[in-house]
Design a protein around this ligand. Structure first.
Ligand code: PLP
Length: 262
């Protein structure tokens, strides 16, 4: 018998429009030549103009999906996305503690760019208490980091100052995404890996895009799954998102592009 190939698992929400969530994650895993597994924590009825309905399956069924993955596959990395509510967060945290995958990339998804709530407001505490301490790396954008810290982050200095308090919430590393800070021709992301800070910057693209956060986190998970170090994984994932945005296309009636997962 040959050895099993390494697999990456996404536990997240699905996007019927194919631009974000589980669909973006699996496309990203495939583009990185990684076998992709999925456990659906939530289902969204969604298109390029917004979310029209959300369904959250019961946590027993979510656990069954996660168990099925760990019982059979060599799961080296887990990517966590839309988890909808506190009960789902607890179920996922239990599973992570039980199976202890080598890498956990936590995208603390809260609100879609369209404005739709993807996490119940009262679930923020559960995210802080149960999930952040289990993350190898957390990948908040600025609005998410602001909600996690209860503080404004409105400059590059404030971004740097936010890194330590974010790491104090428990993740081993934080990749803070600066795309929402519209203060120049470039976008700055900061990786804080146990106190070592690594800036990454890319030219700002004048596009409204859907699914960038999901794609970034799953690209990091895919690289970790393939054995890359965290810094390399984050750098190449940010480059990948930039290229995928450059090649993005507009599949729906909304004025947003989705990424091309080459
Ligand atoms: N839908 C799902 C299922 C998601 O997980 C996310 C983001 O993580 C979104 C929609 C929102 O994507 P965006 O804010 O890029 O439009």
């Amino acid at each position: 018998m040959t050895a099993r190939v390494a697999s990456a698992l996404t536990i997240a929400g699905s996007d019927s429009g194919g631009g974000a969530g589980i669909q973006a994650d699996l496309k990203t895993f495939a583009a990185h030549r990684v076998h992709g597994l999925s456990a659906l924590a939530a289902l969204t009825a969604q298109h390029t103009r917004g979310v029209t309905a959300v369904h959250v399956p019961d946590t027993g069924f979510l656990r069954a999906q996660i168990d099925a993955c760990f019982e059979d596959f060599d799961v080296r990395a887990v990517k966590l996305g839309m988890l909808a509510n506190a009960e789902v967060i607890r179920a996922v945290a239990d599973a992570i503690e039980r199976y202890r995958p080598a890498h956990v990339v936590l995208d603390p998804v809260m609100v879609a760019t369209s404005g739709a709530a993807l996490l119940q407001a009262d679930a923020l505490d559960a995210l802080r208490t149960y999930l952040l301490p289990l993350a190898t790396v957390a990948t908040p954008n600025l609005p998410e980091a602001e909600l996690l810290l209860g503080a404004r982050i409105d400059s590059r200095e404030a971004m740097r100052a936010a890194l330590e308090p974010l790491r104090a919430l428990g993740p081993a590393a934080v990749l803070l995404k600066g795309g929402h800070l519209d203060d120049g021709n470039d976008v700055l992301d900061l990786l804080d890996d146990r106190g070592d800070v690594h800036p990454m910057s890319h030219a700002r693209l004048d596009v409204s895009a859907h699914g960038t956060g999901c794609t970034l986190a799953s690209a990091v998970a895919a690289r970790l799954c393939r054995g890359s170090a965290l810094l390399d994984s984050c750098r190449s994932a940010a480059d990948y998102v930039h290229e995928a945005l450059l090649a993005g296309y507009r599949p729906g009636l909304g004025d947003v592009i989705v990424l091309d997962h080459f």
